[in-house]
Every structure is written in C-alpha cells, then in structure tokens.
Design a protein around this ligand. Sequence first.
Ligand SMILES: Nc1nc2c(ncn2[C@@H]2O[C@H](COP(=O)(O)OP(=O)(O)OP(=O)(O)O)[C@@H](O)[C@H]2O)c(=O)[nH]1
Ligand SMILES: [Mg+2]
Length: 435
Amino acid sequence: MPPMFLDDVRIHVRAGAGGDGASTMRREAHVPRGGPDGGDGGRGGSIYLKVDAGQTALHDFRYRHHFTATPGGNGENKKMHGKAGADLYLAVPPGTAVIDVESGALIADLVAVGQVVMVARGGRGGLGNVHFATSTHQAPKHAQRGEPGEARDVKLELRLIADVGLVGLPNAGKSTLLAALTAARPKIASYPFTTLEPNLGVMDLGIEDGRRPTIADVPGLIEGASSGAGLGHAFLRHVERTRILLHIVDGSSRDPKWDHGVIRDELEAHDPALLEKPILTVFNKMDLEAAREAWPAFEAAMRKAGIPALAISADAGEGLDELRTAVGGMLPDVAGLAEPPDPAGVVVHRLEASDPDGFVVEPDQEGDGYRVRGKRIERFAVQTNFDNEESANRFQRELQKSGIEAALKKAGVRPGDTVKIGPVELEWEPLEDLR
Ligand SMILES: Nc1nc2c(ncn2[C@@H]2O[C@H](COP(=O)(O)OP(=O)(O)OP(=O)(O)O)[C@@H](O)[C@H]2O)c(=O)[nH]1
Ligand SMILES: [Mg+2]
C-alpha cells in the first residue's frame, strides 16, 4: 500500500448554472393584456477552497474527486427571482497550492488560516422578460437563459506550514522528540518508517514571550530520498516551508557522522536552499553508552564544519531546556512568527484570482480585518461613491450577488470588522437581503 498521507490530488469542480429568466405576462382581472412580469434566474452556486486550521492533509479528497455546486432556481412570474444556488466550501490545510490543470497556472497559494479562494464561479442567472420591454415592444417574450457554471480540473499540492521541521534517518528519534516538546502523541516504535505521515505539534519554548512555534515531524529520510527512494521523496517538500530545521541523529548508531552526511546530501539534492536555512544538529539518545562515547568526536567534527550541534536524550528528557533555548534563538519574534514562513525553493505568489470576476478573501496582513482581492470587485469599489446611498447599495448588492458576502461570512467576518477592497476600507455591517 502506498503511504496514506495525501498531499497531492486532482479534483474536478463544477459550479452551478444560473437559473433561466422567466418569460411570463401579467394576468390581472380587468387588464386585458398585462405587460411582461418574468423574474430573473438565481445565480448558480460557486465552489471555494477555504483554509482550515484543523486539516493537516488532503484527506477529504481521498475518495471524492468531483464536486458540484447547486444551480440557481428559474425566475417566475410576478417578477419573482429564482433562488441562488448554494455555494460549496471545501476545507484544505494551510500550505495548499491550487493549480489549474489545463493551463498549469497557479490559482492561489493558500497559506494563512481563513483564506478563501473561488475555484469555480457559478453562472449568472438569466434576465426575465420584464427587462426587455421597450416603448416599441411592450410585451417581449424574450428572456435570457442562465449562464453555465464554470468547470475545471484543479490540482491541490500540499506543503506543510510549520516553523520547525524535524529531519533525520528513520528511527533517529524524531517522533520521540516531537512528543517530548509538544502535546502531540505520534506513534513511536523501535523500527524504521514508523511515521508514515507528517505529525504537527505546538511547542512551548519555556519562556513567556507569546511565541508558540509549530513543529512538523516528517517521515524518516533515507539515502536516495531526494530521487524517490523510500518514503522520503514526497516528504522532503514538507520541510521546504519551515523556518528552521532540527536534524536528528541517532547517537547510538554505528556511524552517526555518516548518518548525518546522508541527510545533508539528500536535503541538498532536493533543494540546495534547504541547507541555507538555519539548521541545528541534535545528537540524540545520550542516555545510551554508545552515544555518550561517540559524542566528543561527533561534536568536534560539527565544530570543524561550522554546524551548530547539541546533545540530548529525547527519551529521558535530557538537554531539552538547552534545545528549547537554542530553537527560541533561531526563530523570529512574535510578529515574525505571525507572518507565513518564507519558503525555500517555492515562489509565493500573491493571491490573485485568475479570472476577472473571481476573488479571494483573506485575513488582512496589516490589520485584524479582511481583505478582498479581485479585479472586478476592486474596480467596482474604486468607482463607487459611498456617500451616495444608491451607489453604496448597488455595491452591497454586488457583494451579495458575486458571493463575496457569503465568502466573508464563511471566513468569519463580524459586524464592525474592517473589510478592505482595493483602496477602499469598509466597516462590515450585515446586509439584509437586498433582492
Ligand atoms: N534510548 C533511547 N531511545 C530513544 C531515544 N529517542 C528515541 N528512542 C527510541 O528510538 C526508536 C525510534 O524512535 P522514533 O521516535 O519512532 O524515531 P523516528 O525518527 O520518528 O523514526 P521514523 O518515524 O521511523 O522515521 C524508538 O524505539 C524510541 O523509543 C532516546 O533518547 N534514547
Ligand atoms: Mg517517527
């Protein structure tokens, strides 16, 4: 069986079609020939991806690869509009890159919890015949059909987002160390390849400075991992986005120095930038005689190579305070930790919706509100005079129709929050149903 950790999937998303506009004529007693009264079709439901802190893998996509949002309802007589189709939100873990399969373009690189991106836009509803009456043609039968929903194949690629990455050969004690430093309870066993999927934990640095770095314990790497050997291949990319690496070496192994070199080589072969991250070598299993004997020579070799190293026993809890202090010194301060880690070897694209009507809702980097990005809505915002009530209402309706309001709600917006769209800053008020 292949490893069960799911970090690379292809899905097909199909948004709902817009409902058809109605072609109906008013019927009233005493009015022989009423005018047109066909209402508009509702917009089709759109499909969004939303970053959820609770997810660490793409498990929700293991068995389901097709996702469809519901169509909008058809318009009816008496100018009744069809109901909008329900939007579909799919939860993905932080660190999910979203790629359009056909063009290969990166649609979004979802790194922060709460980010929402539209991947398939619901079709617009057709206009009812009530819109087509003119002075010369007062009883038009014409009504528009709804627009089809957007459909596409999307590839999701996960690169875990963690502050600290644990790397090392199988059995070195990575999971034991994760368990010693965090509340995570990964499986630990005396055989290699115990860990089959990354485990995440939150670390207590032992000082009250507000920092709560996350650690990722990835499956053991072996020689050749960078070219596909063992389970390591797919996992190397999960350390691309960590800020620092702890390189765990089994001090009781036959040749700790050789073990150390194997991992350095694999990191370099995968991406030379990995070796440019701050790396601390952690010589483990110091409670064992063999490790204690090997440590002086190992330490000397590290010093000679200019690689920082310290010795611990993850099992006995020795040297962990020193390790916490060292890790604390290698990481940025609270504000720095709040920024997504700078990835090595992966380009972080600014979230940019690919189609002009598309949009992205994300927590504001500069404040505690939200920011909405999208070509059309930003242009709309710039062109709206918010002092004019009618114009402001028109803008609100646009937020509703485009699904942005729903996406903001999904992202957790509350009344009074600041919502930035282009250069415009709005204070969020719940919109009543304006239609
Ligand atoms: N004596 C001793 N044994 C340890 C220490 N740390 C880990 N071990 C043992 O080493 C074995 C492997 O530990 P794990 O934490 O599962 O190792 P791992 O690096 O996560 O291994 P993989 O998941 O296979 O890559 C287990 O039997 C642990 O109990 C230590 O400090 N001292
Ligand atoms: Mg493990």
